[in-house]
Design a protein around this ligand. Structure first.
Ligand code: ADP
Length: 483
């Protein structure tokens, strides 16, 4: 029996992306399709999504969705079904999905994503004729309230629900006053419902209400049980531990394939690694770097505390002194942006910095860099290290979350066994990162070992195969339990 899943999220490639969430939501329908799961993605009708949809026929209308007029449009994304909530007063605005062009969050984000979740719950409950779903799968806080609506105020028959935590740091907290606009019954205002420290907690409500909770790696699933990583919700995760599953993300190997990537000057495979040199030369030109016999480190990241970018900033002088170079692509905290720009000025030809978001450039860096630095303080799964593995750009990663589950440290035993795929370091401190850079430079200077690490990475399993099956198995278990 085919299981029909409504996958509800605030972003999905190729239509709208601010981070890894979009990659995962975009890839998931294809990943589960081989396992008899028919997934429909649901997105808010931001301008970019509406433009891609073209002239679509409305299949449902809400005269008042939490007070706003809204319609449901049907289209497709990546050749698979897409539902778009067109609520012009909530979603048709310039700027990003969550804030204006200056990065300030929209003041009504609570209402925006509550309405989105209410609509998703209506659809999953059967409000739209012809659209029937066996599972509602909500991603992150923006969609998490779907699970609470289906639990406390379902329309029709509520199907089983799954909520996925892509990052526990973003939880969606709003003042008590918002509760009165949500259309939830009074009993939902409880410690086992949407109430969180006297306000409304979107992710918290989802974690309380969902039949199953998943997060994007087994290590992160364990970490969020602790106060250090649980961000205040560790007690709830511990209480629901039997319902929490860690399923590591894969990558879209159609989008990320070094042998066919149109962004690369010189596509290559594990067997033709020598061809990478031309890609490195292209990155050197693009970032104004000198030629050198030391490794070229790259970074593709949000510039934030989570990503350990402040620590990286402190070790740049050491990185350069060790004979390495750095090409960095990222945007985020203004102070960090300024810090990296200043480092580029301080080290001309050695440090190249591009502040901004550029998908094509991210492919070129992976295809030409020697090693990608991921010094995250916490990392639910992380995708850039997976792209690095696939592109022979050796990941140098902090030992946390999904980075633990996807990179094999090049210790002596792993090197001898041919299993090493990268470098791991423990705490995100200047000392540990300095040490990891030194280890990486030393490995790079032993070409036979370095190439073995690159090849092992390219051959490692970063595909969606196993994880697509894990999601499908979970859906099947939940459907069976619902009878
Ligand atoms: P997170 O979602 O926490 O930002 P992930 O590693 O899971 O981190 O995913 C980040 C995604 O965003 C990757 O696809 C990465 O290539 C991409 N990315 C991050 N910063 C940039 C940038 N400045 N330009 C292009 N792509 C970027």
């Amino acid at each position: 029996m085919t299981i029909r899943v409504l996958s509800i999220a605030s972003e999905a490639v190729p239509l709208i992306k601010t981070g890894g969430l979009a990659d995962v939501v975009g890839a998931l329908p294809g990943a589960v399709a081989q396992h008899d799961v028919a997934m429909t993605t649901m997105l808010p009708g931001y301008p970019a999504v509406m433009a891609a949809l073209g002239k679509a026929k409305p299949i449902h209308a809400w005269p008042s969705l939490l007070g706003e007029a809204a319609r449901l449009l049907a289209g497709s994304i990546g050749g698979r079904p897409l539902l778009v909530l067109d609520a012009p007063t909530l979603f048709r605005r310039d700027g990003g999905p969550y804030g204006d062009a200056n990065g300030r969050d929209w003041a009504d984000n609570g209402l925006r994503f509550a309405a989105f979740s209410r609509a998703a719950a209506d659809i999953a409950g059967g409000a739209v004729p012809g659209a029937t779903f066996d599972i509602a799968h909500a991603h992150d806080w923006q969609a998490a309230l779907t699970c609470a609506y289906l639990r406390f105020a379902p329309v029709g028959t509520a199907p089983p629900t799954v909520v996925t935590i892509h990052n526990m740091a973003f939880q969606g907290h709003y003042p008590r006053a918002l509760f009165d606009r949500l259309g939830l019954p009074a009993q939902a205002w409880s410690i086992n419902g949407v109430e969180y420290h006297g306000g409304v907690g979107f992710l918290k409500a989802g974690l309380e209400s969902a039949w199953a909770i998943t997060t994007v790696s087994p290590t992160y699933a364990r970490e969020i049980r602790t106060p250090e990583f649980g961000m205040g919700l560790d007690g709830l995760i511990r209480a629901r531990a039997g319902h929490v599953h860690g399923i590591v993300n894969g990558i879209d190997t159609g989008e990320w394939n070094a042998a066919t990537d149109p962004q690369l000057a010189s596509p290559f495979t594990a067997r033709t690694l020598g061809r990478r040199a031309a890609n490195r030369a292209a990155v050197e030109s693009e970032f104004g770097l000198d030629r050198s016999d030391g490794p070229l480190f790259v970074v593709i990241s949000r510039l934030t505390w989570q990503k350990g970018m402040d620590v990286l900033l402190h070790v740049i002088d050491h990185l350069v002194a060790s004979g390495a170079r750095l090409a960095l692509l990222g945007s985020g905290d203004k102070a960090l942006e300024a810090g990296f720009a200043a480092a580029a000025v301080r080290h001309p030809g050695r440090v190249g910095v591009r502040i901004g978001y550029d998908e094509g450039c991210s492919h070129r860096l992976q295809g030409g860099g020697d090693a990608i630095l991921v010094p995250s303080r916490f990392e639910p799964c992380g995708l850039t290290q997976l792209y690095g593995l696939a592109y022979g750009c050796v990941p140098v990663v902090a030992r946390t979350g999904g980075l633990v589950d996807t990179v094999v440290d090049a210790n002596l035993a792993a090197i001898a066994a041919g299993a090493a795929t990268g470098v791991q370091f423990n705490a995100v401190t200047t000392e540990a990162l300095t040490d990891a850079i030194d280890r990486t430079v030393a490995l790079y200077r032993q070409p036979a070992i370095w190439q073995a690490i690159q090849r092992a990475g390219m051959k490692s399993d970063f595909s969606w195969g196993r994880s697509g099956k894990a999601y499908a198995d979970l859906y099947e278990t939940l459907v069976a339990a619902s009878f």
